[in-house]
Design a protein around this ligand. Structure first.
Ligand SMILES: CC(=O)SCCNC(=O)CCNC(=O)[C@H](O)C(C)(C)COP(=O)(O)OP(=O)(O)OC[C@H]1O[C@@H](n2cnc3c(N)ncnc32)[C@H](O)[C@@H]1OP(=O)(O)O
Ligand SMILES: CC(C)C(=O)C(=O)O
Ligand SMILES: [Mg+2]
Length: 558
């Protein structure tokens, strides 16, 4: 049944920009932009419970560790915690030489004055002033015409400038945002910014920052790129400006919009870690940085400390990270499905350290961000033979032959379906031991002796048969075939070896051998694995283990 309130006719399409000279589609990103974290401001203002000073201090520590050189630390004129935090940074000497703090303020005189008081004594500060410019803000919020909006911007810019003169020991950088830029007529956005630029008179040596926000993301990223390219072409004194981008994620494209904006000529990106921020969040800097990293570009941020990033963001925002969050989510380097596991296993086995990364389904090496290969492949009912084999191989340190992978897949699938969930690596090992390495059975190897003449082997072995001890003699081209011959003579059971593999486990005094075998007895196949410190004993024992498995089945026992 349709819901009458759900009516698309309530909305209209975003106006198309008639831009026939667009150049950005042919550009590429070749280096990281300047980054500015706004976690402590835009991220903070969107939280149910804004960060305490302690949480802000913790977030600050992380941002510095990651290598941010510009950090918007708050809106100090808005609240006492914001003010106190900024004072702590300055008075406790917490700002490294190469890091610049940024503070946000509305274009209002009393707030600008308080903002300067808050940052007094800092070495270098970006004063970020803004007012909103879009039609809905002009008409409904500010009830002003275009000139009225330009006047707010110019007056705010002038006030920022005059206050700065009162604190000559600080190096001031001025930043202006036409808030709601992407919903503003782009020609008018240029006019407003030109008024601010005219006031500030920046130069190539002393640039101003013009920050272009998609305060609410309202159109596709290509439209935003057109707006940014138009702006960069038309704004005055482009070479005296740093063009910054501040996108939000209302349509889920904040990162894409920021990337296309770089193609369109922007220099700097504002965003937050893991995308916290108003509504659906700010542009996620971690995602954009990792997008660059995975293309061979140095992101100039340390994302290798992924677990630290997640733990700190979660502790400061009280928001959990989605397990499928791009690049950092708990599940993004994990494959449950069979064909993915198979491909990952094969590619990982061929990946060489001196070659570019080229692994199907894994866009980067999970180890780069501290994830182990152990967690790459996980097993549930969607998994094929490769998954369980991979987990077992990780634990045993051997490569399972394909025929045994197939054998192992069946009991693992049964278990996965039975428990309706993930099969842990330990369970895979348990199933393997239960199914293939049982030491119980009628026949056990008690001792052996081998004579070799040329290619001929003669085996004399003692095999316990329940309470008796059988002495067997056999001949063959190898120790195993000679033993099989002896067992045939002693029991009348013909054993045909279908598959046989041997691996050594461990090294030195602790080394042992693993013998893997599949036999055919009276038309049926049986599989077993035996382990022994002696490689020949492992090979003979696995014959008996296969025979024991066969003896337990109805067809042989009968
Ligand atoms: C897109 C963004 O994220 S912008 C940043 C938004 N962040 C925040 O607002 C968080 C911190 N802000 C606050 O705590 C408060 O807004 C304060 C303390 C700064 C100011 O509070 P108030 O004085 O009550 O004003 P408020 O913010 O509600 O704004 C209302 C008034 O300021 C004017 N105003 C709002 N923004 C601006 C601006 N950028 N420049 C100039 N005037 C502005 C409005 O027109 C309105 O004027 P009116 O009272 O004459 O109608
Ligand atoms: C203050 C501005 C830059 C902002 O946060 C926005 O427009 O989203
Ligand atoms: Mg914002």
């Amino acid at each position: 049944m349709s819901h009458t309130a759900f009516n698309h006719e309530k909305y209209r399409a975003f106006p198309v920009i008639q831009k026939l000279d667009r150049r950005w589609p042919g550009n590429t990103i070749e280096q990281a932009p300047d980054w500015c974290s706004v976690d402590l401001r835009d991220g903070n203002q969107a939280l149910i419970e804004p960060m305490t000073v302690e949480q802000k201090q913790r977030m600050w520590g992380l941002l510095v560790r990651m290598g941010f050189k510009e950090i918007e630390v708050g809106f100090p004129a808005a609240s006492q915690p914001d003010y106190d935090f900024v004072r702590w940074l300055i008075e406790a000497n917490q700002i490294p030489e190469d890091v610049t703090i940024q503070v946000l303020v509305q274009a209002r005189d009393e707030l600008i004055e308080r903002t300067y008081e808050a940052v007094a004594g800092a070495r270098r500060v970006v004063i970020h002033v803004y007012n909103s410019t879009s039609p809905v803000q002009r008409n409904k919020v500010f009830a002003l015409d275009k000139q009225g909006i330009i006047d707010i911007a110019r007056r705010g810019a002038a006030k920022v400038q005059s206050e700065a003169r009162k604190y000559p020991r600080t190096e001031w950088v001025f930043q202006y945002s036409p808030e709601s830029f992407s919903s503003t007529e782009v020609e008018f956005a240029v006019d407003v910014c030109n008024a601010v630029i005219d006031q500030w008179q920046p130069s190539r040596e002393k640039k101003a920052i013009i920050n272009l926000p998609a305060t609410v993301e309202s159109a596709m990223p290509n439209v935003f790129a057109d707006q940014v390219e138009y702006f960069c072409d038309q704004v005055n004194q482009r070479d005296a400006l740093i063009i910054s981008i501040h996108t939000h994620n209302d349509r889920g494209c904040a990162v894409a919009a920021a990337e296309l904006a770089i193609l369109a000529g922007a220099d700097r990106i504002e965003g937050t870690l893991l995308g916290n921020g108003e509504r659906t969040g700010n542009m996620d800097i971690v995602t954009m940085a990792m997008n660059l990293y995975s293309q061979g570009i140095d992101p100039q941020l340390d994302i290798s400390i992924a677990d630290d990033i997640i733990a700190t963001v979660e502790a400061c925002t009280n928001i959990k990270t989605h397990p499928r969050h791009p690049w950092l989510g708990e599940l993004v380097y994990t494959a449950f499905s069979g064909s993915h596991q198979d491909a990952i296993r094969k590619c990982l086995a061929q990946q060489r350290a001196d070659e570019h990364w080229d692994v199907a389904y894994l866009p980067i090496d999970p180890q780069d961000i501290g994830r182990s290969y152990q967690s790459v492949i996980r097993v549930n009912s969607q998994s094929g033979k490769g998954g369980a084999a991979y987990l077992l191989e990780q634990q045993l340190g051997i490569e399972l032959p394909r025929w045994l992978q197939v054998e192992l897949a069946q009991p693992i699938q049964t278990l996965a379906e039975k428990q309706q969930g993930e099969v842990e690596p330990q369970q895979v090992l348990q199933v393997f031991r239960q199914h293939f390495m049982s030491r119980e059975g009628q026949y056990q190897l008690a001792g052996y002796q081998i004579d070799r003449q040329g290619n001929q082997h003669h085996v004399q072995a003692s095999v316990s048969d329940a309470d008796d001890l059988m002495l067997i003699h056999g001949h063959g081209s190898g120790a195993i075939s000679a033993f099989v011959d002896g067992m045939h003579k002693a029991t009348g059971i013909e054993i045909q070896i279908v598959q046989f593999d041997e691996h050594s486990l461990g090294e030195g005094a602790d080394a042992s051998a693993l013998a893997l075998m599949q036999v055919n007895i009276r038309g049926q196949r049986y599989t077993a694995v035996a382990q022994d410190s002696d490689i020949v004993a492992a090979g003979l024992s696995v014959v008996l283990a296969c025979l024991n498995t066969a003896m337990k089945s109805a067809s042989i026992a009968a």
